[in-house]
Design a protein around this ligand. Sequence first.
Ligand code: SF4
Ligand code: SF4
Length: 295
Amino acid sequence: VATDLAPVTPTRKLFSDHPCFDEAARMRTSRVHLPVAPRCNVQCNYCNRKFDCFSESRPGVSSVVLTPEQAADYVDTVRADYPNLAVVGIAGPGDPFANADKTLRTFELVRQRHPDLLLCTSSNGLELAHHLDEVAQLDISHITVTMSTVDPDVAAKIYRWVRDGRQVYRGREAGELLLSRQIESIKGLKARGVTVKINTILVPGVTLDGIAEVAKLARELGVDIMNNLPLYPVDGTPFGELLAPSPEQIARARRDAEQYLPQMTHCQRCRADAVGLLDDENDQTAMDRLLAARK
Ligand code: SF4
Ligand code: SF4
């Protein structure tokens, strides 16, 4: 009997196992979001800071914030309950790279314990440009950058402020800085072989007329797929009084963009602590598991 057989390494999940980037996997594979990133380095006019940054617009409060160690233990328990788990994502509740130490440490722990899982995260792009090599070292294969305009003056209407280190920028200057970092981040990710999605928020009267330009630039930068998300107006935010785009406006924006990039249309605007198939709501068992992870 052979006793010196090499340990079996689980088969690495494939690109096509990601339920968001490949719709065919939607009913087949699960994802878990780890809520480890509470801070943000910008203030979007549609966000009340209780939002999942990944989706930007769904009023989904993360029930808890976990430490990297708690999050890694939580993945172990999730994996036992969801044998079809394919993706571990970090999506807030703030910006994952405004909390880069926590985000990268979490991925490091998960990567050590679960080398076969896909790692996925999201960012407004401001701080991401400074962590490209770490992304590549950890083999984070899927990243979403939120880019809603290519015009710094329009960006000035979306972002109340942008904070880079100790410096706070507003107006066009803020828009120019953020846009330049988004471009640098996307170029750097593509140079490292990462699959990149952009999220674009459809805001009537603000971003809606510039969607094709965003798609065109993103294509030039090598972006793989685009997710046009309608504004979800929230009371108490500067965009709370705006109207959400109509189904016709959404369809037109996607049609305009489609000539440049494939469109994702099945985004569920998941919470920062979502778990399971994309269509699953977090049930009580999922919430109990999450709350237990905090102890
Ligand atoms: Fe909110 Fe995300 Fe915007 Fe930060 S980047 S303000 S978390 S929507
Ligand atoms: Fe996927 Fe959209 Fe949910 Fe993110 S928010 S996990 S892209 S379905």
